[in-house]
Design a protein around this ligand. Structure first.
Ligand SMILES: [Zn+2]
Length: 333
């Protein structure tokens, strides 16, 4: 899969930073699967590269660049956490040792922590000491989806990087370039314009074919009884990826809010315009916002190891309760 490289104009702020001297403690903010991850790849590559271009991009051919492609660069350490898991203090202790050594190949040592909000409190405190007094030639880049969840003491040590925003049409062109048929590429890019890597992952997972049946079930649920919601929760708890369901719910709720604001041209699920329009006009915006909040907070609830089945029951019951006072009629997909 080919990466999306920034244009020289887009990369100008980063190039200025490279010329002025890269900060030792940096923060990049972006959702998972967004371009920010790829831009962080480019930044770490150019920071370690022997012969960066005048535009601040890596050469792609020097020893450092080749080692990075092989995933074998001794001056790069990446600490990651799986979804819902935390980064423990041992990983940070190891990283602190790594940063204390002099670089072996490049001019710097580079630590990347992703996502930074996954650090446990102990791990964050261990990292804080290194952020306060980083070794010479050590650089630390934290990637975060939700920087508000980082310790304030950590945030205050970091310089936030400003990466280019996605260009209009960039996502769909990239997806088509990877061989996705135009109709599916367009459909994915409507939902994930700012998160092309996420769109690609979903394409690979076969989500495009499963998604319509999920939407049908979710949109017909408010016309059914709470028992139907409980039954669906029971089924989905067994084999549905809750975070994937969350992405779908967030996009449906955003569409309902757009329709309440009379912006049918900007909705994602255009094939469901008629059903969504009926639903949007028979509820209050405040109920939609409250429901949106619940789904936004889902990863935190999951991280607390709550019972998935019960969480799903509550979420689906709350979803149908949006329309329970004013029953929706005539929803068809
Ligand atoms: Zn290079």
């Amino acid at each position: 899969m080919s990466a999306q490289r920034p244009t020289p104009a887009e990369w100008q702020p980063i190039q200025s930073l490279l010329q002025a001297g890269l900060p030792q403690a940096m923060l990049a903010v972006g959702e998972s699967g967004s371009l920010v991850g790829q831009y962080c790849d480019e930044l770490q590559q150019v920071a370690l590269c022997f012969a960066p271009s005048a535009q601040g991009l890596s050469c792609g051919t020097c020893r450092s660049c080749r080692l990075l492609v092989e995933g074998n660069h001794p001056d790069l350490l990446v600490i990651t956490a799986e979804t819902g898991k935390r980064i423990a203090i041992d990983a940070v202790r190891h990283a602190n040792d790594f940063l204390a050594y002099t670089p072996q190949v490049s001019a710097r040592r580079w630590l990347r922590v992703e996502p930074a909000e996954a650090l446990t409190a102990a791990a964050a405190n261990a990292l804080l000491k290194t952020l306060e007094e980083p070794a010479a030639r050590a650089h630390i880049l934290l990637l975060s989806e939700r920087p508000s969840q980082l310790l304030a003491t950590i945030r205050s040590r970091l310089q936030r990087l400003s990466f280019p925003a996605a260009r209009p049409g960039q996502c769909v062109l990239w997806l088509e370039g990877l061989g996705i048929p135009p109709a599916e590429a367009l459909w994915l890019s409507r939902q994930f314009a700012n998160r092309p890597l996420r769109a690609w992952q979903l394409w690979e997972s076969g989500w495009v074919t499963r998604c319509p049946s999920w939407i049908d079930m979710l949109l017909s649920l408010p016309q059914q009884s709470p028992v139907a919601a409980l039954r669906l929760a029971d089924n989905w708890a067994k084999d549905v990826d809750l975070l994937l369901l969350r992405e779908l719910m967030l996009s449906l709720l955003a569409d309902l809010l757009r329709l309440r604001n009379h912006r049918p041209d900007s909705i994602v699920h255009v094939d469901y315009l008629q059903s969504l329009e009926v639903m949007a006009q028979s509820t209050q915006a405040i109920s939609l916002w409250e429901t949106l909040e619940e789904w936004i907070r889902l990863p935190e609830s999951l991280a607390q190891n709550r019972n998935v089945g019960m969480m799903l029951e509550t979420l689906l019951l709350n979803w149908i309760s949006i329309w329970s006072r004013e029953k929706v009629h005539g929803i068809t997909s």
